[in-house]
Ligand binder design. Structure first.
Ligand SMILES: Cc1cc2nc3c(=O)[nH]c(=O)nc-3n(C[C@H](O)[C@H](O)[C@H](O)COP(=O)(O)OP(=O)(O)OC[C@H]3O[C@@H](n4cnc5c(N)ncnc54)[C@H](O)[C@@H]3O)c2cc1C
Length: 479
C-alpha cells in the first residue's frame, strides 16, 4: 500500500515533520507568558536532581514538592519541558484494562487489578490537577474505543474483553457490535470492537507546560536547554552538563527513549518511532460519521493506529508505521515515510475526509520495554531512580510514575511503591548489536504482517515468523 503525497492530500507542513514543534506544543507556547528557565551555567547543590522535563520528570518534581515543600529540586531538560514525547503524543490518557494480559502473566490477577485501579486514579487525578490549577488542557473523559479492522483482531478483542471479566472487572471493558462501533464513529473499516470506559483525552502540550508553570510557582528550579552528559552516583551524586554541575543526594532519570544512551538502562528498552498526522478542521465531516462524543479510538495492531478529535473539529491520527533505531536521531522527528504511512492509515479509515487536507505532522520516540509495561526502579548504589518503558502509553502512567519515584526518593512505604512494577525482576533485551538489528527487522515485519492482514492477504511466511519472534523469545510484544 503506497500512494503519492498528492493523493494523500498532505500539505507542505505535514511533509516536513520536525521543521516545527508539534501542533499541541505550538498552541501551548503561543499562549504562554511564564518565565524562561535558562540553561545551567554554574555548579549548584540540590536535594534531588531530575534529568528529563517530560511528564515523568515533572510529575516526580510535583509529588516531591507535595511531600516535602522545602526540598531543593532541580530539573534538567536538554530541550524545553515537553519538547519530547510529552508534548507530542496523541493525548490519550487511557486505562490499563487492555494491558491485563501482560499484567496478569507477570504479576497475577490481584496485583494486575491493583495496577489498573492505580492508573484509573491517575486519570482522575490529572483531570483534578488541571481543574485545581487552572490548566485548560481540554481534559475530557469520554472513554476509549477499540475497533477491529482485520479478521485476526476478532480473537484479540474477545480475549481482551474476556480477561477483564475473568479478573472481576467486566464493566471496564465490554464488547461492541459493528453497529455499536459505527454509532460512535462510522468508518467503513470498523467491523466491531470494544469499549474501555477508562480513557480521557488531553491536549498534551498544554498539560505539560501547565505542569511546568505549577512547579515554577512552587519554587522548583528548572534549567531548560541543559543536557546531562554524565552521572557519578556518589553519594552525593554529581550530574554534569556542558556548563555546570548539580550535586545532589538523589537523582531521578526520567529519560524516556533517550535512556538507550545510558549504560545503566540501555538494555531495558528499544526505541521505535511513532508519527501523528493532523487534519484541517472538519467538524461537518465529523458530524456526518457521528464521531462527536470525543472517544479515543485505536485499532488492534501492534504498530497501533490511534486517533482522536480536537476541539476545533480536527482528527489527530497516529501510528501504523515508523522504525526502530539505535540512537535518538532525526528518524524520530523528520521521517517523511512514517508520515506517509500514518496518512495512508488515515485515508483508509476515513474515506469521507478525502478532501480534507492533512495540515500537520510530527513524530517522536517510543520507549518499548520487553513486557509492554513500564518499570519504576532503583539503581546502584541506591540513590538513583528511574522510570521508563511506557511503550507508547505514558500519559496516565507517568503520573503514577511520579508518585512512585517521589516515594522512592523520600523512602516512604506507600501503596505506590508496593506495586509489582516497582523494582521487578529485571527483563532485558539482548546486548548490541543484536538488540538494534532485531528491533529494526521485527518492527518492519510486524508492520508488513499487519498491513497484509488488514488487506485480507496472507502475510509472507518469513515476515509472519519474524513478527512472532518477540513472543517466542519470551517478550510480551506483538501477537
Ligand atoms: C507520537 C507519539 C504519540 C504518543 N501518543 C501517546 C498517547 O496518546 N497516549 C499515551 O499514553 N502515550 C503516548 N505516547 C507516549 C508518551 O508520550 C510517553 O510515554 C510519555 O510522554 C513519556 O513521558 P516521559 O517524561 O517519560 O518522556 P519524555 O516526554 O520524552 O521526557 C523525557 C525528556 O528527557 C529529556 N532528556 C533526554 N535525555 C536528556 C539528557 N541527557 N539531559 C537532559 N534532558 C534529557 C528529553 O528531551 C525529554 O524531554 C506517544 C508518544 C509519541 C512519540
Amino acid at each position: 500500500m503506497s500512494a503519492p503525497p498528492d493523493e494523500l492530500n498532505l500539505t507542505r507542513n505535514a511533509l516536513t515533520p520536525g521543521a516545527q514543534r508539534s501542533w499541541w506544543l505550538r498552541e501551548a507556547l503561543a499562549h504562554e507568558t511564564g518565565p524562561d528557565c535558562p540553561a545551567l551555567t554554574e555548579a549548584i547543590n540540590a536535594d534531588v536532581v531530575i534529568v528529563g522535563g517530560g511528564f515523568t520528570g515533572l510529575w516526580t518534581a510535583y509529588f516531591l514538592s507535595e511531600a516535602k515543600p522545602d526540598l531543593g529540586i532541580v530539573v534538567l531538560e536538554q530541550d524545553i519541558c515537553g519538547g519530547g514525547p510529552s508534548g507530542r503524543n496523541g493525548g490519550f490518557a487511557s486505562g490499563w484494562w487492555d494491558e491485563l494480559d501482560g499484567l496478569v502473566t507477570l504479576y497475577g490477577a490481584e496485583a494486575a487489578v491493583k495496577a489498573c485501579r492505580a492508573i484509573s486514579d491517575s486519570i482522575s487525578a490529572i483531570g483534578q490537577f488541571c481543574w485545581t490549577n487552572g490548566i485548560g488542557a481540554w481534559f475530557k473523559r469520554s472513554g476509549y474505543m477499540y475497533a477491529i479492522t482485520a479478521d485476526a483482531h476478532e480473537r484479540l478483542c474477545e480475549e481482551m474483553v474476556g480477561l477483564a471479566a475473568k479478573v472481576g472487572a467486566p464493566d471496564e471493558l465490554r464488547e461492541l457490535t459493528a453497529a455499536e462501533v459505527r454509532a460512535r464513529c462510522a468508518s467503513p473499516a470498523f467491523r466491531g470492537g470494544a469499549f474501555m470506559r477508562d480513557g480521557a483525552s488531553v491536549q498534551p502540550g498544554l498539560l505539560v507546560r501547565g505542569l511546568r508553570r505549577v512547579l515554577l510557582e512552587r519554587g522548583v528550579t528548572i534549567h531548560e536547554g541543559t543536557r546531562a552528559t554524565g552521572l557519578e552516583a556518589g553519594p552525593p551524586a554529581v550530574v554534569s552538563t556542558p556548563h555546570g554541575t548539580v550535586r545532589a543526594k538523589s537523582v531521578v532519570l526520567a529519560l524516556n527513549a533517550w535512556a538507550t544512551g545510558w549504560p545503566q538502562l540501555e538494555r531495558k528498552l528499544v526505541a521505535w518511532s511513532s508519527y501523528i498526522v493532523l487534519t484541517a478542521p472538519a467538524p461537518e465531516q465529523l458530524t456526518e460519521i457521528g464521531w462527536t462524543g470525543g472517544e479515543l479510538i485505536s485499532d488492534f495492531r501492534t504498530s497501533l493506529r490511534y486517533f482522536r478529535t480536537t476541539r476545533d473539529g480536527r482528527i489527530a491520527f497516529g501510528g501504523g508505521g515508523g522504525r526502530a533505531r539505535r540512537t535518538i536521531d532525526d528518524a524520530f522527528t523528520h521521517d517523511t515515510r512514517a508520515v506517509m504511512e500514518a496518512a495512508q492509515g488515515f485515508r483508509l479509515m476515513f474515506p469521507t475526509f478525502a478532501d480534507v487536507p492533512l495540515e500537520d505532522a510530527w513524530g517522536g520516540p517510543i520507549d518499548v520495554s520487553p513486557t509492554h509495561l513500564p518499570v519504576f526502579g532503583t539503581l546502584e548504589p541506591g540513590n538513583v531512580f528511574y522510570a521508563l518503558g511506557y511503550t507508547g502509553n505514558g500519559v496516565a502512567p507517568t503520573h503514577l510514575a511520579g508518585q512512585v519515584l517521589a516515594d522512592l526518593v523520600t523512602g516512604r512505604d506507600t501503596d505506590a511503591v508496593r506495586l509489582p512494577l516497582v523494582n521487578p525482576k529485571p527483563r532485558l533485551f539482548p546486548p548490541q548489536p543484536f538488540r538494534s538489528w532485531g528491533a529494526a527487522v521485527v518492527r518492519r515485519a510486524m508492520i508488513a504482517k499487519e498491513t497484509a492482514e488488514e488487506q485480507g492477504r496472507r502475510p509472507n511466511p518469513l515476515v509472519d515468523q519474524l513478527a512472532k519472534m518477540p513472543r517466542r523469545m519470551g517478550y510480551l510484544l506483538g501477537h
